[in-house]
Design a protein around this ligand. Structure first.
Ligand SMILES: [Mg+2]
Length: 223
């Protein structure tokens, strides 16, 4: 049987509303420590401006330890996950995208950039910890994906994404930099970024086999 394509879906700002998650996390944090909300927000904003991923969880955990309350970190994590259970963090049409993939028998995995502690906590809070996923500490996902390519052009997926073969890769992501060194056609990319709300860290140039769309709904129509 011939290998089919494999879908790589980004997490932050593609599948989930990361601002909403951060807001809830900061609120929960307030129950455990005196750290002013503005302190976390400004530390987060500084890093976001640089286009880097802020290790929000590590920042709060380290602060708890510094206050001598390190043992409360587990509680805080559990509380955040519990609070999140009743919330919907999904971006508009993210549920439809996942339904489309399932209904069409498409294999997919989440490739997310950021600090492992924070990314793992967010994946769990949003209910994606059981989906195939990989947490990457480099922004250039395309560069990593290129290393999976065999001499015949097909792809060998890493263990975390199921270790199977794929004929080509289809990637959906909100950041241009994610597509740096992305493999050429027939692999293809869907850069989903609403011009009305774009951040400097999402902007950039993408290879010719990557098309830009304003939202996931338009991506689903184009798939
Ligand atoms: Mg993203």
């Amino acid at each position: 049987m011939e290998d089919a394509e494999f879908y790589i879906v980004d997490f932050d700002r593609t599948l989930v509303d990361s601002d909403k998650m951060l807001e809830v996390f900061i609120e929960v944090t307030q129950e455990f420590m005196d750290m002013p909300k503005a302190q976390i927000e400004s530390a987060h904003a500084d890093v976001k401006m640089r286009g880097d991923s802020f290790d929000t969880a590590g920042y709060v955990r380290d602060s708890l330890f510094a206050e001598g309350n390190g043992e409360q970190w587990d509680q805080l994590e559990k509380r955040f996950i519990h609070e999140s259970r009743s919330l919907n963090y999904l971006m508009p049409s993210a549920a439809e995208l996942l339904e489309w993939l399932a209904a069409n028998g498409k294999r997919y995995g989440i490739l997310t950039y950021g600090n492992p502690l924070w990314q793992h906590l967010k994946l769990t809070a949003a209910g994606f910890n059981h989906a195939r996923h990989m947490i990457l500490e480099q922004k250039e996902k395309g560069k990593l994906i290129s290393t999976w390519q065999n001499n015949d052009g097909s792809f060998r997926l890493p263990d975390a994404l199921g270790r199977r073969s794929a004929s080509h890769i289809v990637m959906i992501d909100d950041k241009a930099v994610s597509f740096d060194n992305f493999p050429g056609s027939p692999s293809k990319g869907y850069w989903v970024l609403d011009p009305a709300n774009e951040l400097p860290s999402q902007q950039g140039t993408v290879p010719p086999n990557v098309q830009r769309y304003n939202d996931l709904q338009s991506v689903i129509q184009a798939l």
